[in-house]
Design a protein. Structure first.
Length: 519
């Protein structure tokens, strides 16, 4: 008997858990359906529809980029034979009404999603498709290779007997990296590039392809299977695929023999191998036997030493060490990309905080911090991350130099102020007159002086005058009232008050104790 044609279903929902839950909700093929793809928004869905030509589209309503209402409108216009089923929440009825107006045939409430209701809605939609009517008998199809791969990759188990029809001596993953860098942003490679890559794989390796799936918009994964020599030769055939279009990355996994291990090998090993492209973007073909020899693992970053070098203002030594370590990390293609990026983001954050604590002017660096972190997060290659760090360090060195120059200038200016006070303490010294002489405003001079001497202007002048008075009291026989005038005080009683505050003794007590040898 001829087996009936399966009804092809495409799932569209921006929540990964919803998509995965529906995919593995039941044995779809036993019920006469086959999930041919999944998308996170309407824009992705339109591209997949062109490739997979589903019979039924199950779509969420509220999604980013292109929502379900717009998707329904476009599908009804471009593919009027496709039956559309809406996945909705309780609050989406206005959207559902619009979707029905645009060609949807039914809807399912996600919070009440049950097997029987889902099947009833889908079978109702399938019954409206003329191309499926009367094809084959109602015999239940066995598990397909597509369904088996999808279940294993998603972490579900399959029965060993059900995969017996498509067992092979050897298997291998092939991944297509379709990311394209444009103006510092990662975008999907142009449609013609993706079409070329798919055609090239089909021409060179199509006889080995068991299934093709797309775990994310930037990656297509092929499961290859066949005789061991044929699968091994796939790598040798691949250079013919990569020559014309070096921007497409081809990643081969390690060969394995047990189909039932496919899911574990994909999740634990091949997903990590796909990340090697982040470190080796200029190698259009990556395979275990073609990878460059790994350099010895770099030593752990000595954060305590690095921090102490910064605190000692040994900036050149510290930053040279950081750049050397960053370059070494960028060659370790087995390092998790998230760990790699986290290191760079954390080190930039720590440098800004530490310099701020050291009273360097990091206001502009702090304002730019989010931009640096964002650049690292969006980077498509390790080289771009290192480049962001190098840019940050160039800017940081400039701000350090500017702060140090200002500090030297400030030190020079404060020395001039203090030297003038030492030379003219016997004269009237008001904040206003000093500000005018040194081209400050009185308020700025007050705060400027205090920030660099840790004492106020008047307090410092009094300290200098009292120190000079102490010298005169210990050496000169002049009357205390004369000495007060000699050190700049016109009011004798005020002089005595200030002197006692600083020294703990009146001027006369200080002179007496000094002469008696108690001071």
């Amino acid at each position: 008997m001829t087996q009936r044609e399966l009804c092809k279903v495409l799932i569209v929902d921006d929540e990964t858990l919803i998509r995965q839950g529906i995919k593995h909700y039941m044995n779809w093929e036993r019920e006469g359906f086959r999930i041919v793809g999944e998308a996170a928004n309407g824009q992705q869905a339109l591209e997949l529809i062109a490739e997979t030509r589903p019979h039924i589209l199950m779509t969420d309503i509220v999604m980013p980029i292109m929502d379900g209402e717009e998707l329904t409108k476009q599908v009804n216009s471009l593919y009027p034979d496709i039956q559309i089923v809406i996945l909705s929440s309780f609050g989406d009825f206005d959207y559902v009404r619009a979707a029905f107006h645009n060609g949807a045939v039914d809807y399912i409430l996600k919070p009440k999603l049950e097997t029987e209701e889902l099947l009833q809605v889908l079978k109702k939609a399938a019954g409206r498709i003329p191309s499926l009517a009367g094809k084959g008998d109602a015999s239940q199809p066995s598990l397909s290779v597509e369904n088996a791969v999808d279940r294993l990759v998603s972490g579900f188990e399959v029965d060993a007997e059900s995969v017996e029809p498509f067992r092979h001596p050897s298997y291998r993953f092939l991944g297509l990296d379709l990311r394209h860098r444009q103006l510092g942003e990662t975008i999907l490679a142009p449609r013609e590039t993706r079409a070329w890559a798919a055609a090239a794989v089909d021409a060179a390796l199509g006889h080995l392809v068991l299934h093709r799936f797309q775990p994310n918009p930037y990656t297509v994964v092929y499961v290859l299977g066949g005789e061991e020599r044929s699968v091994q030769d796939a790598v040798a055939s691949a250079p013919r695929v990569t020559d014309p279009e070096p921007t497409v990355g081809f990643v081969f996994g390690e060969p394995f023999e047990d189909f039932l291990q496919l899911g574990a090998i994909y999740r634990k090993r091949f997903v990590k191998q796909l990340q090697y492209r982040f470190y080796l973007p200029n190698m259009p073909l990556l395979a275990p036997e073609l990878l460059p020899e790994r350099k010895p693992a770099s030593e752990s970053f000595q954060l305590d030493w690095f921090t102490n070098e910064l605190k000692r203002e040994h900036f050149e030594t510290a930053f040279d060490y950081l750049e050397h370590h960053a370059s070494a990390l960028a060659t370790d293609y087995t390092m998790e990309v998230s760990e790699f990026k986290t290191f760079f983001g954390n080190i930039i954050f720590n440098i800004i905080v530490l310099l701020g604590n050291m009273e360097y002017d990091v206001k502009k660096l702090s304002q730019m911090k989010s931009a640096y972190i964002s650049s690292i997060d969006k980077a498509g290659t390790a080289a771009e991350v290192v480049g962001t760090l190098e840019l940050f360090l160039r800017v940081t060195k400039r701000y350090i130099h500017e702060t140090q120059s200002q500090q030297r200038l400030g030190s020079s200016k404060i020395k001039q102020l203090m030297d003038y006070i030492s030379e003219h303490y016997a004269e009237p010294l008001s904040l206003g007159e000093m500000a005018k002489r040194f081209h400050f405003s009185p308020s700025y001079l007050s705060s400027y002086f205090a920030s660099r001497t840790n004492e106020g202007f008047a307090e410092y002048v009094n300290k200098v005058r009292v120190e000079e008075a102490c010298k005169l009291l210990s050496k000169d026989a002049a009357a205390i009232s004369e000495i007060s005038g000699m050190v700049g005080y016109s009011d004798h009683s005020y002089f005595c008050k200030v002197f006692k505050k600083h020294m703990g003794l009146s001027p006369s007590q200080y002179r007496r104790q000094f002469r008696e040898g108690d001071l």
